[in-house]
Design a protein around this ligand. Structure first.
Ligand SMILES: [Zn+2]
Length: 276
């Protein structure tokens, strides 16, 4: 089996050819950085064959975490509701165990789920009774338009995030809400891992700075903001944690995103954006 694709010659997010090798991970994977948009990504990326094999053995036993996951997905939906102008059609890309779509249905949304793998999509449909799309989202012919689209911990796994965002833009209603959850490569816990790696103090039970087992893209608040803004979205908020006040003074949001994201934020961040 071929593990890697050919080397990427230009940044897929901004098309700049000014990309350079930035880091070599323990498993041999190389991380590149784009000089223009600053995003970091695995290069070369894993082959389709390798990823299919990897995800076929990817068993998500979340029974221990169920209560916590219901709570965190409810909170994501609450933020989507605070920003959406109508409680209408919601598309959740990469639905996994279906927490978000099930909660959305209970709260009066008309949800549609999605899974890349069609067998997983069918299993989820049987379990929830909710329509589940399957395949790469940018290859699907989707006629309807959505009022909100969520994609939780998916974008960092995609080979072509730019194709996903382009498709999301085209199937979202004007002023529709996009909600993303993803790791923040600039979070204090990430930086701590990097220091351990650089000083050779990292032990086996500490996760690597770059999760090259699964993740192909590594975003910071700055890089995810520029990527979405370049693709026709207005950022409502990039945040970490809970109890988010969406109406507070914008000045605090700037401090939060530019400074506190590096010293106080959790390893995951949420992004709420609106289609212009
Ligand atoms: Zn770039």
């Amino acid at each position: 089996m071929t593990k890697y694709d050919p080397l990427i010659k230009k940044c897929r997010l901004c098309n700049s050819v000014n990309i350079f090798k930035f880091h070599q991970a323990e498993n041999g994977s190389q991380i590149y950085k784009c000089s223009h948009c600053k995003v970091q990504f695995m290069n070369p990326q894993y082959s389709d064959e390798y990823l299919t094999d990897l995800y076929s053995s990817y068993i998500r036993d979340e029974t221990q975490l169920e209560e916590k996951l219901v709570k965190s997905h409810s909170y994501c939906l609450q933020l989507i509701q605070e920003c959406a102008f109508v409680k209408g059609k919601l598309l959740d890309i990469g639905s996994g165990n279906g927490y978000l779509i099930k909660i959305a249905k209970q709260r009066g949304w008309d949800p549609t789920g999605h899974e890349i793998n069609c067998d997983s999509a069918e299993t989820l449909h049987v379990k929830t009774g909710i329509r589940i799309l399957c395949g790469e989202i940018y290859n699907l012919n989707i006629e309807e338009r959505f009022d909100a689209i969520s994609m939780l911990h998916v974008i960092e796994h995609l080979k072509n995030p730019e194709k996903y965002i382009e498709k999301i833009f085209s199937v979202l209603n004007k002023k529709g809400v996009l909600f993303l959850a993803l790791p923040n490569i600039q979070s204090p816990s990430s930086l701590f891992k990097l220091i351990l790696e650089k000083t050779k103090l990292k032990t086996k039970n500490v996760a690597a700075y770059y999760d090259t087992g699964h993740h192909l893209w590594y975003f910071s608040p700055h890089t995810i903001r520029s990527f979405l803004e370049e693709n026709g979205f207005k950022i409502i908020r990039i945040y970490s944690g809970e109890n988010i006040n969406l109406n507070r003074n914008k000045f605090f949001n700037v401090i939060d995103e530019k400074i506190l994201s590096k010293v106080l934020w959790h390893s995951s961040m949420g992004v709420i954006a609106r289609k212009l």
